[in-house]
Design a protein around this ligand. Structure first.
Ligand SMILES: [Zn+2]
Length: 543
């Protein structure tokens, strides 16, 4: 599989050491040597990637700075083997060779007996390969929200230690609450109710199921405190998680959104156009997200998914599709929106309509355009061809009103704008100015606060998306990432008379570009109904 190619220096000794010292913790193969899956090898190769030209610290104290990444986040579906993987890596961090000690010149051999292990195993380095030795005093913590959750990692960890070659070591003792390691080292469990060692200096941490760490259960802070304990000992950490609910702001979500270059993130995802609701397409999703997990029985997975889909489809999609989806259903299935993607170039002078939704300080402002044949796109403006989407955070917390007005002028100049629907709150003055400049038949106030009109406009777009004839679609779009994101956020909240309004699931999940999409589509439908659109040809001939 091409995505698992490794072309950088890494501690190859670690996966070999794991397979020689760690056994299968449960089921029929219990006690057999563990064989790492391809995705697990790939994660290890990244987590233990050594910086080019790194020099070992003579006192073996500055360990973390020799690695390319400070920590790793592994986002994988249920049953992919995350728990046993984290347990195996914990054992390597406890007594295996994880401290970089230099580059091999050829002929160097790692021998277990030099490090207190009588199993007889040895590893011959290749020339140029980075070498390692065990931590002298490993201090490790496993974090989970509850005792039950700890068992995801702690139970396989206990079995791996008790059933394999490590069981012969007198300096490794498996207890109920903690594991004793050489040189006063130890592995401890921390949960929301057992925090006595939280904040202590540590050399390695596993934070398991970080999609469940939230502000409400105070685990966000616990996870941060534990990570602070790593810095003093030059320690490193891994985070294992399912895909998270984006309305919850969990540790998993924060790690992903921070997008730090020194955090390795492994999160296989299938193309958005594949619908998790469709059984055949689900299979294709499994093939992507379970790639490199050879033991997976897709029939058994799908039976579980089918059951969960009846009660909690969003959770099913997060747990088994590895997708970030909110607890409640989105107004338009992101797969349906993605299926309408058909990007093309729109020439200057083309007849279009516009939708505009402006905000003041918090929400975003945006303009979407639609051609008379139902192709929707986000125009660009200015010398750098910036999209007409404005997040106040990018402009010092203020909506750039003058810049937006300049963008409106530019769009009117470049295209033949037949109509522009504008949601007026906060923007009365500007909308009046635009109407004066470009014509009050073209620039029209369209209040999105009106429930009946907004419901009908939303339904108009939704119908054209979901009941589209694939051979002659009545609606296509440019695959604008802002539009896709905001459409995915929009939720339908029920209102009287079988209507709904669109709402955002949380304050962090904006829907403004989705609203402009509805306005632009409404304008397009209205000008078609009024017969204004057919003048396109006339215009072109007369021009
Ligand atoms: Zn050994």
């Amino acid at each position: 599989m091409p995505e698992f190619t490794v072309s950088w220096p890494t501690l190859w000794i670690i996966p070999d050491w794991i397979e020689a010292h760690v056994v299968v913790p449960d089921r029929a193969a219990q006690g057999d040597p563990l064989e790492l899956y391809d995705w697990q090898l790939f994660v290890l190769a990244n987590h233990y990637r050594i910086k080019d030209g790194a020099e070992p610290d003579p006192r073996r104290e500055q360990v973390a700075s020799k690695f390319y990444y400070r920590r790793s986040q592994i986002v994988m579906p249920q049953k992919s083997g995350k728990g046993p993987f984290a347990a195996a890596q914990t054992i390597a961090e406890a007594i295996g060779p994880t401290v970089f000690i230099g580059w091999s010149r050829g002929g160097e051999v790692y021998r277990c007996r030099d490090y207190g292990c009588d199993c007889g195993w040895s590893y011959a380095y290749e020339v140029g390969e980075p070498m390692a030795e065990p931590r002298r005093a490993p201090l490790i913590q496993l974090l989970a929200t509850s005792e039950d959750q700890v068992d995801n990692v702690y139970r396989p960890l206990q079995a791996m230690l008790k059933l394999g070659p490590i069981a012969d070591r007198s300096d490794v003792r498996v207890g109920e609450g903690f594991i004793r390691l050489p040189n006063m080292g130890r592995i401890d469990v921390v949960t929301s109710s057992a925090q006595s060692r939280l904040g202590n200096p540590i050399t390695f941490a596993v934070q398991d199921e970080t999609q469940l760490y939230t502000k409400t259960n105070k685990m966000l802070k616990v996870a941060q405190t534990m990570r602070r304990g790593l810095s003093g000992m030059s320690g490193r950490a891994i985070e294992t998680t399912n895909a998270w609910d984006p309305s919850e702001g969990s540790t998993a979500q924060q790690t992903a959104q921070a997008n730090s270059p020194d955090v390795f993130r492994f999160h296989p995802m299938a193309p958005a156009a594949l619908s998790f609701k469709n059984k055949a397409e689900r299979r294709k999703i499994y093939r992507v997200v379970y790639a490199g997990s050879t033991h997976i029985d897709f029939d058994a997975i799908d039976a579980e998914v089918a059951e969960l889909m009846r009660t909690d489809p969003a959770q099913a999609e997060r747990f088994f599709g590895n997708r970030i989806v909110s607890g409640s259903d989105s107004w338009i299935d992101p797969a349906d929106w993605a299926a309408c993607e058909s990007p093309r170039v729109i020439k200057d002078g083309t007849s279009i309509v516009l939708g505009f939704d402006g905000s003041d300080v918090d929400d975003w402002s945006a303009i979407r355009a639609e051609t008379t044949d139902g192709y929707q796109f986000t125009p660009t403006y200015g010398p750098s061809k910036r999209p007409t989407v404005w997040n106040p955070a990018d402009f010092g917390g203020q909506t750039p009103r003058l810049e937006i007005s300049a963008a409106v002028d530019e769009v009117f100049k470049r295209y033949r704008v037949i109509r522009m629907y504008c949601d007026p709150p906060y923007w009365e003055t500007e909308v009046d100015q635009w109407a004066e400049k470009h014509g009050d038949k073209k620039v029209v106030r369209w209040l999105t606060r009106r429930p009946a009109q907004m419901h009908d406009a939303a339904e108009r777009l939704k119908t054209d998306i979901t009941r589209a004839d694939p051979d002659s679609p009545s609606f296509t779009h440019d695959a604008c990432p802002f539009a896709a994101e905001h459409v995915g956020h929009a939720r339908a909240a029920a209102r009287p008379a079988e209507r709904y309004v669109l709402v955002k699931p949380s304050d962090a999940q904006k829907i403004d570009v989705c609203v402009t999409s509805i306005l632009a589509h409404e304008a397009a439908g209205d000008v078609r109904a009024a017969g204004l659109a057919k003048s396109k040809k006339t215009y072109l001939y007369s021009a």
